[in-house]
Design a protein around this ligand. Structure first.
Ligand code: NAP
Ligand code: GLV
Length: 309
């Protein structure tokens, strides 16, 4: 791949690790950090780029997003027809499966209660629960949601999944579309959000939808903070309909000091870490896709700008 030029930009300012990695994987290509006025490139590899980059880079053949979610990119004016390609798993789905299974099991087995007892030096058994009473509903049955659904099902929990289009996933009762959302929720006690953030999905974890869930469950949000109406979730927990939540993503990140989530006894907060971008896996995937695009082949993970994911 001689003569190709790739520009890199990340709002995380991690170019000192990404640019050498991309350069090593693309010998002969020129990989450079995007700065205002940078030379025109064939490909861009980005995380939360500024509008100016997209306005200036008018020669791109494709734009690679170094995450699975493209909601930040979808807020920008993209050149019409520019292929946007997101990370397609690249080592994220196994991390998501670990995180969600841990949160489901921690709630189901009341491990938070045992942690509390331990702090008090208390030896006290809780009555075993039936997993049949704890059906897990996964909002989003895409690359990550499907892997998570299958992982949770391995522990013999009943699993429901909800997507936009109809799906068939072994071991998962599949629902789709707005018309089946209430039925999906009514069949679930633990709710996992793995949707992309789009105008259709923003605020989907709200009072109305929480009320459809079976009571005494747990909410796990590993998608985007804006999927949850924070006041509605807090009211559902404080009112007792929802037992608690495990939240990895927030409307404002880092979660501001003083936010009620920080000290809530029934809420676990983690710092947007449920599935991290793994640099070497991601670079390998992007480089393979640049090769495929150069040969005129289709690649997985192409974003449909009209759908927003
Ligand atoms: P994906 O493969 O695009 O899957 C998205 C799923 O959501 C699909 O099943 C899709 O339905 C469904 N969906 C989208 N809009 C819908 C709607 N309006 N109604 C019903 N279903 C809808 O995405 P992914 O790779 O699994 O990633 C999901 C999200 O996880 C990302 O967008 C990102 O925000 C988040 N994420 C978070 C972290 C973290 O560390 N917390 C890490 C990675 C990703 P169809 O199948 O019918 O299209
Ligand atoms: C992380 O949140 C991602 O979208 O990859």
């Amino acid at each position: 791949m001689t003569s190709l030029r790739v520009v890199y930009y990340s709002a995380d300012q991690d170019e000192d690790r990404w640019i050498p990695g991309l350069q090593a994987a693309l010998p002969g290509a020129e990989v450079l950090l995007w700065e205002p006025g940078a030379s025109l490139a064939d490909y861009a590899v980005v995380w939360k780029p500024p509008q100016q980059m997209l306005d200036e880079q008018i020669g791109l053949k494709a734009l690679f997003n170094t995450g699975a979610g493209v909601d930040a990119l979808m807020q920008l004016r993209l050149p019409p027809g520019l292929p946007v390609i997101r990370l397609d798993d690249a080592g994220m789905s196994v991390q998501m499966a670990e995180y969600v299974c841990h949160a489901v099991i921690r709630h189901f087995r009341e491990l938070d209660g045992y942690e509390h007892d331990m702090a008090l030096g208390k030896w006290s058994f809780r009555k075993p629960r039936s997993r049949l009473d704890y059906p897990v509903g996964i909002l989003g049955l895409g690359v990550l949601g499907e892997r998570v659904a299958k992982a949770v099902a391995q522990f013999d929990f009943p699993v429901n999944g909800w997507s936009r289009s109809p799906k068939a996933v072994e071991g998962v009762q599949c629902f789709h579309g707005d018309a089946q959302l209430a039925d999906f929720l009514a069949a679930s006690r633990i709710l996992v959000c793995l949707l992309p953030l789009t105008p259709e999905t923003e605020g989907i974890v709200n009072a109305t939808n929480l009320a459809h869930l079976r009571s005494g469950g747990h909410i796990i949000n590993v998608a985007r903070g804006a999927h949850v109406v924070d006041a509605d979730l807090l009211a559902a927990i404080d009112g007792g309909h929802v037992a608690g939540a495990t939240l990895d993503v927030f409307r404002v990140e880092p979660l501001p000091q003083g936010h009620p989530y920080w000290n809530h006894p029934k809420i676990t907060v983690t710092p947007h870490t449920s599935a991290r971008t793994l640099r070497s896996e991601s670079i390998a995937q992007i480089v393979l896709k640049i090769g495929a695009l150069e040969r005129g082949e289709a690649v997985a993970g192409r974003v449909d700008a009209a759908r927003g994911y």
